[in-house]
Design a protein around this ligand. Structure first.
Ligand code: NAP
Length: 261
């Protein structure tokens, strides 16, 4: 199958890394013919001469442009094939209005871990997508990570929990590392210790029957260091801060969806 990308930035490039391991052919069209040539050379792909030239050649289109570019880029184009959009806050209805709602339309929400082929990717479909196309779409998303099939109403929550959350997790890592530096370790030492501990703790949770709460209880010995630090974290409201940040992310995604209408 010939898969065409319109817009090849950070996320589309990460997805292409996974797709290159499949049998599919990839063709791209960037912000200008010169950019298309440059990106095609960097990624070892074929460039189309224009977006419409790409549409004429591709069996499936993947949109890698930013949500705010949708109107401008899509309005002049005529599509004839299934379209996959990865844009935060752009609903299937809006995508249909901007392209053609009689076409099979697929919405995905990947995250930056696609760069190491470990994206957590949400996926949903409009009613034109048949089972064969669903299988193909999941084959594409599985090529760069793990796929979660969701109702579209849950997409904004998924965007917060998986699309944006790597940034929040990095902020937590950075804060822990700063605490290490404050107490005399080098930044490099602190980062290595924190990231290794985070990775092993996640693997431990995934491998165990225990909930996070059970594991917390196992680490907190009575009158010990961990319970003292844990209560301090809650004194400054860690749970409330995290829930508030996720709520804010969801609100922003919903606002973006309204603005696209
Ligand atoms: N980054 C994430 O973690 C993440 C997570 C989930 C979903 N997403 C979604 O992924 C999409 C891309 O995000 P990104 O982070 O990859 O952004 P990005 O790196 O800025 O990529 C956007 C690309 O669009 C290109 N572009 C601009 N105008 C264009 C035009 N008229 N025609 C074709 N291409 C054009 C830009 O080209 P130039 O480089 O030449 O300007 C750039 O390469 C967004 O819809 C975003 O919501 C991103």
């Amino acid at each position: 199958m010939n898969i065409g990308f319109i817009g090849v930035g950070k996320m589309a490039s990460a997805i292409i890394t996974g797709l290159k391991q499949t049998e599919h052919q990839i063709i791209i069209s960037g912000s200008s013919p010169a950019r298309s040539q440059e990106i095609a050379r960097q990624l070892g792909l074929k460039a189309a001469q224009s977006h419409q030239d790409l549409i004429n050649q591709a069996d499936l289109i993947i949109l890698g442009i930013k949500p705010q570019m949708f109107n401008l880029v899509l309005s002049p184009l005529t599509f004839k094939q299934p379209i996959i959009s990865m844009a935060a806050g752009v609903t299937l209805d809006t995508l249909g209005e901007l392209t053609d709602d009689s076409l099979p339309l697929i919405r995905i929400m990947p995250n930056m871990n696609a760069q190491i082929l470990q994206s957590s990717t949400g996926i949903c479909y409009n009613s034109q997508v048949n089972d064969e196309l669903k299988t193909l779409a999941r084959e594409i998303t599985d090529s760069f990570g793990t796929t979660f099939e969701l109702d579209e109403k849950d997409f904004d929550t998924f965007t917060a929990l998986a699309g944006s959350s790597p940034a929040y997790i990095y902020l937590f890592i950075e804060a822990m590392a700063k605490a290490g530096v404050k107490n005399g370790l080098t930044k490099a030492q602190s980062l290595e210790i924190v990231t290794q501990t985070l990775m092993a703790s996640t693997q431990n949770l995934l491998a165990s029957e225990d909930s996070p709460h059970d594991l917390i209880d196992k680490i907190c010995s009575p009158g010990g260091t961990t319970i003292a630090g844990l209560l301090d974290l809650e004194k400054t409201g860690l749970t409330a801060s995290v829930v508030s940040a996720i709520d804010t992310t969801i609100t922003k995604a919903k606002q973006m969806a309204t603005q696209k209408k």
